[in-house]
Ligand binder design. Structure first.
Ligand code: HEC
Ligand code: HEC
Length: 264
């Protein structure tokens, strides 16, 4: 299947998606799928094929978009990717943009989730992501060491075993959005201990710690060489990020003729 044709058929399937293609819902369903996917042997080769539908938004490289809309997913722990995919698909984490692409018909089952997670986790990362304003990095560092490192690791490397995300090389704005959603409970799949831990953060502390986190770069061996583009998708049409399509200017509204006076 050629790339263009692939995209066409994907868009067609998304449009024709209906209730019977949507998967079972809820945290229990997601947990079952995670358990299943974690125990399968992944195929990176098949993961590459599955990842084609993801390139529509995450691009072949899986790097963050500067506006903070798309996170960096390249290099993430495979177990975390599996959990997020299962949670999003079971509507245990809201992501209306991505939801239709996680239907069993497009994404497949636990095996395909394991495959695509393995593929994404071995993609080299970008270290060129947006950071905060840098006002209070000392405070941020202290908070990180005291409140986050025990779970996310000294260098934000995460932990495969407990599905703890790697948060190195993540976009500042994305970090703020997730932190706020985790704290408010909007991100329902969050870690309950983390939710408790961050309740009493003031805005100043939140911005300081996330500014610090946004500056933790991935280790050199995980970072792509300068100028690297993912060779697995040679036909990918490189357009500006799809998050902000240029809108044509609105034509001026024609003047409405005034209503004739009703004669009673
Ligand atoms: C239509 C656009 C779109 C498509 C297609 C898409 N995604 Fe996403 N994805 C997003 C957006 C937007 C977010 C960030 C949502 C948020 O802010 O919570 C996201 C978030 C994620 C996350 C969570 C990352 C994290 O750090 O927690 C993972 C994992 C992910 N996508 C993987 C995939 C995979 C795998 C595919 C293909 C099967 C895919 N996405 C297809 C738009 C898309
Ligand atoms: C008790 C362990 C724990 C502590 C402490 C903790 N976290 Fe987390 N954090 C988690 C887990 C687990 C997740 C993933 C939850 C899920 O399954 O979606 C997470 C998710 C996140 C995410 C979302 C990542 C993504 O890719 O979407 C961010 C950002 C984050 N944590 C930042 C922080 C910061 C900053 C601190 C310190 C102020 C902190 N965490 C403290 C366990 C913890």
């Amino acid at each position: 299947m050629g790339f263009k044709q692939g995209i066409k058929s994907i868009l067609f399937s998304v449009l024709s998606v209906n209730a019977c293609y949507l998967s079972a819902q809820g945290p229990e369903e997601a947990a079952r799928e995670v358990e299943k996917a974690l125990h399968l042997t992944p195929s990176i080769e098949n993961g590459k094929k599955v990842y084609m539908i993801c390139t529509v938004c995450h691009r072949p490289e899986g790097w963050a978009s500067p506006d903070g809309m798309y996170p960096q997913i390249a290099g993430q722990q495979a177990s975390v990717l599996i959990k997020q995919l299962a949670d999003i698909r079971a509507r245990n984490r809201d992501n209306p943009t991505m939801l239709p692409f996680t239907s069993p018909r497009l994404l497949g089952g636990a095996q395909e989730i394991a495959d695509v997670a393995a593929y994404i986790s071995q993609l080299p990362m970008s270290s060129n992501t947006t950071v905060g304003p840098g006002y209070e990095l000392e405070l941020g560092e202290r908070l990180y060491k005291e409140e986050c490192a025990e779970c996310h690791g000294k260098e934000g490397e995460g932990d495969k075993k407990d599905h703890i995300p790697l948060i190195q090389g993540q976009n500042y704005k994305y970090l703020i959005r997730q932190f706020d959603w985790i704290r408010s409970g909007k991100r329902r799949n969050a870690d309950s201990k983390m939710v408790k831990q961050i309740q009493r953060f003031s805005p100043r502390e939140e911005f300081a710690v996330l500014d610090y986190v946004s500056r933790i770069k991935p280790p050199e061996q995980k970072v792509a060489k300068p100028g690297w583009l993912n060779p697995d998708f040679p036909n990918y049409a490189r357009m500006p990020m799809p998050s902000m399509p240029a809108m044509p200017p609105m034509p001026a509204m024609p003047q409405m003729p005034s209503m004739p006076q009703m004669v009673r």
